[in-house]
Design a binder for this molecule. Structure first.
Ligand code: SF4
Length: 412
């Protein structure tokens, strides 16, 4: 049984992991909590969003708003981009609020703490924003990360938040709430929010379905079950179950073709190949399956490398490995002084200094996205990107060779 701390042992943000691998929470408890500059930056961006939200939906004087914003701007990790993402966050909230039945003002709340103990032992959570109007409870969550697009579909963190909010507001709003709309706003990756809407009954049924898993994850020891969810596990590099899965070569061999032949068969032997009737070339289906399995293998190997490097830097010894200095390029310690010295040596400044336009992101930072669009929209084009292999589940449209053939036609 976990010892009480300030944080929920089974947090909603890690629910996608402990629901899939019920051993993870107890296993991870032995690893220190890491704080990263990304996490601190994300916390600050959330505070900017909250301030913008309160300014739009509550009574806040201009003076108070500007005073609060000044404090946030003075913090380390602050970036002007946070103003743009907070504006987009509030736009989405606004679209939801004005889209509701206009007869009654919607209820809007920020940073709402919810009790999740009806589904998850010791469970609790904090929602970025809730809006209630008409027959809908809206749960809005801001994500500052720009590495991976977080989907709202089948997202257990959002569903737990929604269950907690439903339980909290049901006594006030009664049967008025019929459905729950859960939205993830991740403006650094997409201006379009991602949503999932469930009826209250569907959400409750899901809540019942996860109770046994939550109990198993809480009481321990649980079952190790490696998969894509290992990505943010604190013990991912040293987890034996994950290592065993990724080094189960016999099992790997068995997927060529999937499940056949017997995983222990000597399929590398030409005679056996003939007996088993395996052709010398992999089929495209086999290539697809190997790519899927290989992706996890590559992730795991990279995690092992990152762990080993840090362990050696921390003074530990990892058999057969050492850390060396990577390649580096020469730099000028004082570029301005060096240029002056070269000019003094008779070289013309124009030959020494290159005038370079900013990137589009640089212009947007300088003048704001809307202003840049108004001034330069006519000059912007988005060429078709290079073909990139992606899993079928990827949200992007499949690459069109025809569209690529026509790209550039008409440009002279
Ligand atoms: S690395 Fe994966 S399998 Fe191992 S404990 Fe973490 S989530 Fe579970």
């Amino acid at each position: 049984m976990p010892t009480p701390t300030g944080h929920a042992f089974l947090s909603p943000s890690s629910a996608h992991r402990w629901l899939a691998c019920t051993a993870a929470p107890h296993f991870e408890a032995d690893f220190p909590d890491g704080t990263s500059s990304f996490a601190e930056e994300g916390t600050l961006a959330h505070s900017v969003c909250e301030l913008y939200g309160r300014k739009r939906f509550t009574i806040m004087s201009k003076r108070k708003f500007e005073g609060e914003l000044k404090k946030l701007k003075a913090k380390p990790h602050y970036d002007d981009e946070m103003l743009r993402t907070a504006e987009r966050y509030v736009e989405v909230l606004n679209e939801e609020a004005v889209g509701l039945d206009g007869t009654v003002s919607p209820y809007v709340a920020f940073e709402v703490s919810v009790d999740l103990t009806a589904w998850v032992p010791d469970g609790k959570g904090q929602l970025d924003n809730t809006i209630i109007g008409g027959d809908t409870l809206f749960i809005n969550d801001y994500k500052h990360g720009k590495g991976v697009r977080v989907s709202a579909k089948d997202n257990p963190q959002m569903r737990l938040y929604a269950l907690g909010a439903l339980a909290m507001y049901r006594p006030i709003f009664g049967d008025q709430i019929k459905k729950v709309c859960m939205t993830i706003i991740q403006p650094r990756l997409s201006d379009e929010p991602d949503r999932e809407t469930l009826t209250v009954e569907e959400l409750r049924a899901w809540g019942e379905s996860i109770k046994p898993l939550a109990l198993e994850a809480y009481t321990g020891p649980g079952k190790f079950s490696p998969g894509e969810h290992c990505r943010f596990c604190k013990g991912k590099a040293q987890c034996r179950a994950r290592a065993e899965q990724n080094t189960a070569l016999a099992e790997f061999a068995g997927c060529v073709p999937a499940g056949k032949p017997d995983a222990h068969a000597e399929i590398g032997d030409p005679t056996a190949r003939r007996v088993l009737g395996l052709p010398p070339l992999l089929s495209d289906d086999e290539v697809g399956e190997l790519l899927e399995r290989g992706a996890q293998l590559v992730d795991w190997y990279n995690d092992l490398k990152a762990y080993a490097m840090q362990a050696i830097l921390d003074g530990k010894s990892v058999a057969g490995w050492k850390v060396v200095a990577g390649r580096s390029n020469r730099t000028l310690t004082n570029t301005d002084a060096a240029i002056e010295a070269m000019i003094g040596a008779g070289y013309d400044r124009a030959l020494l200094v290159e005038e370079k336009p900013l990137t589009i992101t640089g212009y947007e930072k300088l003048m704001g996205k809307k202003q840049f669009e108004a001034v330069c929209g006519q000059f912007i084009e988005k060429p078709l990107g290079k073909p990139t292999l992606a899993p079928e589940s990827d949200k992007r449209e499949p690459y069109s060779t025809a569209a690529s053939d026509f790209a550039g036609v008409g440009n002279g």
